[in-house]
Design a protein around this ligand. Structure first.
Ligand code: SF4
Ligand code: SF4
Length: 195
């Protein structure tokens, strides 16, 4: 049997260990894909991604759009007959992708980064400042999403502010330092800023 070029069989073991999910158990029934709300924007469906992991196709997996499109909703985990949860698998793959220098989907990465920065700053999410950072990041990188989404977001944001669903002024939590210490421990303190 010929092993395809780019096969890295150690990769699937690493994914299994780091995610805590037994990816070997997948038998490609595609129930996860059928229930996934974002499968339609992925380049590989969740089931296809599992199969690529099993085949040791590291480059395809870590360079895929799919790992950035997962919203961690856990629907796949509730549908899978083998109790495989894709959410922790996707988290692991995103981490590995950044660690190994693959390019993330830029607008999604900007959102992840803005979310993490916001938690680090206030100890919890303050929607308005998080969104402002996200918009600025998009503007600086000239992502098309910025131009498409700005006006609709402004309108929605104004409505939410008026209804008191979000606040204008952020508040820091007590014991913020404990949260910030976690960032230091996990290396999340702006280590990927240059992307
Ligand atoms: S539902 Fe489970 S077994 Fe079926 S394809 Fe998805 S991960 Fe594999
Ligand atoms: S956790 Fe991710 S892969 Fe699973 S159903 Fe939700 S979006 Fe899809």
């Amino acid at each position: 049997m010929t092993i395809p070029v780019g096969t890295d069989l150690a990769f699937r073991e690493v994914v299994r260990e780091r995610s805590g999910e037994d990816v070997h158990q997948c038998f490609y029934c595609q129930k996860c894909t059928a229930g996934c709300p974002t499968a339609y924007v992925m380049d590989y469906t969740p089931a296809q991604l599992l199969r690529l992991i099993q085949l040791g196709q590291k480059d395809k997996v870590l360079g895929s759009l799919a790992i950035w499109m997962c919203i961690g909703c856990e629907i796949c985990g509730t549908r899978c007959p083998n109790q495989i949860r894709l959410a922790p698998v996707m988290d692991t793959l995103r981490q590995m992708s950044l660690e190994q220098g693959y390019s993330p989907e830029p607008a999604v990465y900007a959102l992840h980064r803005s979310f993490l920065d916001n938690i680090k700053l206030w100890g919890r999410v303050h929607e308005l400042t998080m969104l402002m950072e996200y918009k600025i990041r998009c503007l600086l990188k000239e992502y098309p999403l910025f131009f498409h989404g700005l006006l609709s977001d402004l309108k929605l944001g104004g409505t939410l502010l008026l209804k008191g669903k979000i606040t204008f002024v952020p508040e820091r939590i007590k014991r913020l330092q404990e949260i910030q210490n976690l960032y230091e421990k996990t290396g999340l303190s702006g280590s990927q800023e240059e992307r």
